[in-house]
Design a protein around this ligand. Sequence first.
Ligand code: HEM
Length: 270
Amino acid sequence: MAQTTSDHQLTTTQRGHAPAVPAGTEAPAAPTQVAPVRRPAPWDAWWPVRFYRSSIGKKWVMAVSGIVLLLYVLLHMIGNLKVYLGRNEVNHYAEWLRTMLTPALPRTVALWILRTMLITAFFGHIVSAYQLTRMNQRARPVKYQSPRDYVAANFASRTMRWTGVIVGLFVIFHLLDLTWGTANSHFVRGDVYDNLKHSFQRPVVAAAYIVANIALAIHIYHGAWSMFQSLGLNNPRFNAWRRHFATAFAVVIGVGNVSFPVMVLAGVIH
Ligand code: HEM
């Protein structure tokens, strides 16, 4: 089909040339990119939403969800210590978790309420950590030019992201191994003692548990310290106390959890 518009009919811009500027007038400014204007959503004015959008709000969500997760890992570790009392004790305890608050509530309902809180805390912690990192990156797009103060930013604080990723991947494997049983060929529902024993009798799995729980202890060491800062509780008078608290928490969880695979490998749990 014949072209209907000849070159001289096109405007200068369409031809790819800059438009001619009549003498005496200023050159027009280059077209600037205008960010699309977002219509305000009905929830924009709601204070929790506005609070969460600030970096302080995200830090609060990280700290509060972190406290829930800390409590969980502590209680979970203490509960697992029952394995040292024998098969019946730990299996009975696991059954009690499912029947908590019966007959006031149907079986496993109380457990599911706790699970829902745990899942919310888990995702709240990850999402707020990710969004806070993105926010900080946007505020400082150029990397630090000089070496950072690695005394203030110790090993634990610099590795939070990686220890967090290791723990996240561990939890997925752990559920497949000891809750759903898909990663444990000897899995028998309700027989926590034997499930745990058969799992840790595989040296590679035992090693993975040891590494993941050391990563968790390092994560807790910094997390339990910095959560006070995030909540605004950073009076210098309490700093030494905060450090002791974080160290004690990390050591108790780390030693307790690492003991299970070690004791199975050593034949103490058999
Ligand atoms: C060596 C250390 C650990 C041992 C021996 C262990 C053992 C177990 C066992 C036996 C179960 C199944 C319980 C049942 O079916 O009643 C379980 C479930 C679970 N564990 Fe662990 N655990 C360890 C560390 C951890 C850590 C560090 C986390 C989190 C960071 C964790 C998170 C969970 C979760 C979320 C469940 C599912 C609980 C549920 O809703 O039923 N565990 N663990």
